[in-house]
Write a protein that binds this ligand. Structure first.
Ligand code: AHG
Ligand code: MN
Ligand code: MN
Length: 362
């Protein structure tokens, strides 16, 4: 093949040539659609007068998480492994990469202009980023680095984010607007830093996955309209805590392992919520972090772990509850409040809640 024909074929492969009819994104000749472009197209379709503000906000998240991904990929070569020598508001040892990721998100979102309040797992109080009192209509709540205990052993970690609107009439205490029910989220998502780096988000119009293409430094649409299977054959929980789970959970796990319903379940547990959920989203099954003796209210945080994960699960056809209540219906009382989290396919979630009802949450 002549050189220029070859290069023309490469340009075509990347979909950079003349527009082609839309084809499934992992076929040769695929249209290359970036996350920012996709969200702009989605918003234009639903809100024709959209100002592109949301795409601009999302570009703050994509930029920050690309910075984190670059550090995660070379963590062993830089001084970013190990503890930062601090204890955070959660009473947990802060890893250097927690600090880096937190700073990256605060910086990249703080200068968007349309983000008025930022709340992070790593900051005791929300950060007010109002450059103009009339501006900053969005709130972003985030877990900058999820699965910190896995950083030093080169296991998947992630970033989780939740986006809400600010009450623009509340100019006295914008930080208080953070405490909104999960149903009020206008978008939610995560980035999983795994064998590839993937951004998965929803704006209430399905769940879409974008893989970071290091060759061009862009998140490219790779998994449009992600649907969680109606049932699976995997369950995910930290079995070391199982003896202290409520009785209905122990009975449910015993039933799951018995194979009574004809399914031989396997156990998978990575210890990073983002990675354990990402697998559940793709393969189905159920993830459980029930109340334990160490965390009687559950370990995971409502606002920047459970709520965004719950919105994604429901948008993909799954369910998320605290064993009794739909996660998205819980009224928050504190930025860092913890909840039990059960999330997964409809079938397994229905079975779990049957046990909870039968055992009256014992
Ligand atoms: P983070 O690193 O943001 O504190 O989150 C860790 C969480 C979550 O990622 C994971 O599901 C859970 O901790 C694992 O807890 P255990 O180690 O107690 O199983
Ligand atoms: Mn976390
Ligand atoms: Mn974290």
């Amino acid at each position: 093949m002549l050189k220029d024909e070859h290069s023309a074929a490469v340009v075509d492969d990347l979909g950079l040539g003349a527009p082609k009819p839309a084809v499934p994104p992992n076929e040769p000749g695929t249209q290359l659609i970036t996350a920012e472009q996709f969200i702009l197209q989605q918003r234009m379709a639903r809100f024709p007068t959209t100002s592109g503000e949301f795409s601009w906000l999302l570009s703050g998240i994509t930029l920050a998480t690309k910075m984190v991904a670059a550090q995660v990929r070379r963590a062993g070569l830089t001084s970013l492994l190990g503890s930062a020598g601090e204890i955070n508001v959660q009473g947990e040892t802060v890893q250097r990469l927690d600090v880096f990721a937190n700073q990256a998100l605060l910086h990249c979102l703080g200068n968007r202009g349309n983000v008025g309040v930022l709340a992070s797992e790593e900051n005791e109080q929300p950060v007010i980023a109002l450059q103009d009192p009339e501006g900053g209509k969005y709130i972003v709540v985030f877990d900058p680095l999820d699965g910190s205990s896995n950083i030093d052993v080169n296991v998947n970690v992630g970033t989780i984010f939740s986006i809400m609107r600010r009450d623009m009439s509340n100019t006295s205490d914008p930080g208080a607007d953070v405490l909104q029910q999960g149903t009020r989220q206008i978008a939610a998502g995560y980035v999983v830093y795994g064998s590839s780096t993937m951004l998965v988000y929803t704006t209430g119009d399905g769940v879409h996955g974008f893989t970071l293409d290091p060759a061009i430094g862009a998140y490219v649409l790779s998994h449009p309209n992600m649907q969680m299977p109606d049932r699976g054959n995997l369950y995910s929980t930290n079995e070391a805590n199982a003896d202290s789970y409520p009785e209905y959970c122990r009975r449910f796990l015993h039933w799951l392992k018995s194979g009574e319903d004809g399914t031989a379940y396997s156990s998978r547990y990575i210890g990073s919520l983002v990675a354990d959920f990402h697998r559940t989203l793709l393969k189905g099954g159920i993830f459980l972090y029930p109340p334990t003796s160490q965390y009687p209210k559950g370990k995971l945080r409502l606002l920047y772990e459970a709520n965004p994960i719950a919105m994604l699960a429901e948008q993909a056809g799954g369910r998320a509850s605290d064993g009794q209540n739909r996660i998205l219906d819980i009224e928050p009382t504190d930025l860092h409040q913890r909840v039990p989290l059960f999330v997964g396919s409809r079938y397994e979630m229905d079975r779990l809640e049957e046990f909870a009802r039968r055992m009256k949450m014992r």
